[in-house]
Design a protein around this ligand. Structure first.
Ligand code: LMR
Length: 398
């Protein structure tokens, strides 16, 4: 039956974790996967999550959720993105379902896109999170790319991005990272978002936002929703993937939300029913525990306050590590500019290291990162930043 099956290629991100785990070296450093660590390099469970778990323990039943997931969790999640007093929420114009984190939300949307616009394409930024390619490929949607990152400036290639939006056929789908772009850590400014929104509207494109890092760009989830709010103000219909993997540290709980802003309530009801119908044969209904944690936190003013403080704390530690990494490299006398380490934002630094340099870091220094040179700043600590800087300096010396 399976003689013709060849081993699949390793995942460019999760494969790095596998290699890291298999390395017995005591010096090893994992700055591959985007998963937050404390300053001792340990995984973190937020205190608001622990408290929510204490409150939930022994109280909730374990019945199936509806196909669309937890109504309460979805309600709270929409408020985070669309705003507490959003008219779209009040007017019931948003079709929304609980998803298996951000990946699940993207995949559900890609399948929905393929079902109702089978001839459409999706425009994806260069570069993007590697799994975006897999998601739209497996949903049988043709992929096109648009310019995003400028390797020379290590910032946004805004002019080329705008040209690509203009030159795409009217009514195309565009995948946008709402904040803390993965892998580059480069986000458009508020003014640039306004121009992007204007141009996307002028061309009748459909914006689909992946917001996997709300809170990790500025430390404040409300501020990190600014791109979404600009698009809402400009009257777009849009799609949105939200995830609690990073900002609540609920990685393995797989809890998130897919929403589609529709023209009116009737359309939203129809769209939601179709999303549920896509979910049913794939996973039937989403898991209950993570959703309960989220709704317990966001439904309680004190716990929500604690959560906001803890998100800010995670963002601040990462910002501190950016400064430390740059300073260490400069102190070592690196002739290269490392300003982008502190200019970029969110969980990642797109270092500019070549795949060969990354290979040397891994082979000679047991430092693990994706071959595109992305450093997960969340894995950098006071204890390893000097070692990391020294190794980067060694492999970038000509
Ligand atoms: C990452 O980019 O490292 C994360 O989003 C984890 C993943 O699933 O790839």
């Amino acid at each position: 039956w399976w003689r013709n099956v060849e081993p699949a290629a390793k995942d460019p991100i999760l494969g790095v974790t596998e290699a890291f785990l298999a390395d017995p070296s005591p010096d090893k450093v994992n700055v591959g996967v985007g998963a937050y660590r404390d300053d001792n390099g340990k995984p973190v469970v937020l205190e608001c999550v622990r408290e929510a778990e204490r409150r939930i323990a022994g109280t909730a039943n374990m019945e199936y959720l509806p196909m669309g997931g937890s109504v309460k969790m979805v309600e709270e999640t929409l408020k985070l993105a669309y705003g507490d007093n959003s008219e779209f929420i009040k007017d019931k114009r948003i079709a929304a379902v609980q998803s298996l984190s951000g990946t699940g939300a993207c995949r559900l949307f890609a399948d929905f896109q393929n079902r109702f616009h089978p001839d459409s394409q999706i425009y994806i930024p260069v570069p993007t999170w590697s799994n975006h390619h897999n998601i739209w490929r497996d949903a049988h949607v043709t992929q096109r790319t648009f310019h995003y990152y400028h390797p020379g400036t290590k910032g946004l290639d805004f002019a080329a991005l705008m040209d690509d939006i203009k030159n795409a056929p009217n009514g195309s789908f565009f995948l946008l990272h709402a904040c803390a772009h993965n892998p580059t850590g480069v986000d458009p400014s508020e003014e640039q978002w306004k121009e992007i929104s204007y141009q996307i509207k002028a061309k009748g494109h459909f914006p689909f936002f992946d917001m996997a890092y709300q809170g990790f760009a500025s430390g404040d989830p409300e501020r990190d929703a600014k791109a979404i709010r600009i698009f809402l103000k400009d009257g777009h219909l849009l799609g949105l993937a939200q995830s609690y993997a990073k900002n609540m540290g609920l990685y393995g709980q797989r809890v998130g939300c897919l929403s589609v802003l529709c023209e009116d309530e009737k359309q939203a009801v129809a769209v939601k029913s179709q999303l549920q119908q896509l979910a049913r044969p794939m996973y039937s209904n989403p898991p209950v525990h993570g959703a309960l944690i989220v709704s317990t936190i966001l439904g309680d003013a004190e716990l929500k306050k604690l959560w906001l403080k803890e998100v800010q704390g995670m963002a601040d530690r990462i910002i501190g590590m950016r400064t430390a990494l740059r300073e260490n490299l400069e102190k070592l006398g690196s002739p290269l500019s490392w300003k982008h380490i502190t200019n970029q934002i969110g969980m990642f630094c797109y270092s500019g290291l070549t795949p060969e340099q990354v290979d040397r870091l891994t082979d000679e220094y047991h430092i693990y990162m994706t071959r595109n040179g992305r450093i997960s700043m969340a894995g950098v600590t006071t204890g390893n930043v000097g070692y990391l800087a020294n190794a980067i300096h060694e492999v970038t010396k000509s």
